[in-house]
Design a binder for this molecule. Sequence first.
Ligand code: HEC
Ligand code: HEC
Length: 324
Amino acid sequence: MVKSFAKWVFCGLERGVAALVALLVVVGGACAPIDQCPPVSDVMLSRIRPTLAETGLFAPGSTDALAPGVRAYRPRYELWSDGASKRRWIWLPPGTRIDATDVDSWQFPVGTRLWKEFSFAGRRVETRYMERFGDGWLFISYAWNNDGTSAAALPLGGTTPTSGTHSIPSAHQCLGCHGGRASRVLGFSAMQLTDARDGPTVRQLIDAGLLAPEAREVRVDGDAVTRDALGYLHANCSHCHNQSRPPSGPERCFNPQNEIDFFTSARDTGGAASLAAVRSFAARRDEILDLVGRTSAQGGMPPLAKAQVDSEGVAILRAFAAAQ
Ligand code: HEC
Ligand code: HEC
């Protein structure tokens, strides 16, 4: 999937500015291809459970009934993934709770497990899995077999007989998006659960004692057109385009290195939660509309994981542009 998007950043080579090039490489890896993500460590790879059944999502022997303690949830704004319909679940170790001290970056207890299942035309294709260890998160996708009876780990990713044109990301590509925020968890957040479509809201999590007391609600400001557009940018773009990315290694790993910020922040109140996103959109409106209208392989945005254009998403952003 990513091979087709081998875009190199202009770094001055053509102008023969060799010294500057060398400096940029040392300082920020600016000349590196944007799609290089660090390999998954052997320790992490050794923790991969071979089948989805072993991750504890479903009750033993079942592919439908949830195991005790697993909760379904659905964020207010969802990531577009080639039209997949999705289901999501979380499991927290008994007696633990989420540290919400940083309202924009919840910290999850060691042992936390999250799943996201992708179906196309009613058929399960993949179930993505994250598990928190003491030294970081494990990311892996499980590909379902043809008759939907079991799913096996697919560390190298790719297409399967059931996936059609949708390509399952390899384990190291997960960081292309999940590496863009310190929390690593992208959709189980104050911004996404204040008005959750399904499952627990921030208020319900607080009432259930699962969030540290500092937890706050956060909503996108503005009318329906504005909320839809800013929510869309938050869910589809802000994991890479934000101004609080954690430091990464020498690899570029889809780090945009520009001033664009699509993150709706719970830190700002009084009508400013999405100010940065409004400004970022206004400054590059035509370019953004062009990029969301193309697939990843066509050089569109996001630069990975989009084989089908999200026409509804394009319409949401066009309506926002027209209203500005
Ligand atoms: C194109 C960006 C992108 C890639 C690549 C990606 N994810 Fe995600 N993922 C997201 C976003 C955004 C969300 C939250 C929004 C949603 O759930 O719709 C999410 C949600 C999840 C969740 C639910 C917990 C959470 O963080 O909200 C899991 C589990 C997950 N992803 C696992 C994976 C795994 C495993 C891989 C690699 C095999 C992967 N993802 C690759 C963007 C991505
Ligand atoms: C997986 C990470 C990722 C996601 C998700 C993502 N982008 Fe990007 N974006 C990048 C990278 C990396 C670049 C820089 C490309 C380059 O250097 O050639 C970029 C560049 C851009 C640019 C050009 C600005 C510039 O300075 O070159 C715009 C505009 C943009 N993205 C908009 C979006 C929009 C809108 C979305 C959501 C629909 C989005 N991006 C989602 C990683 C991402």
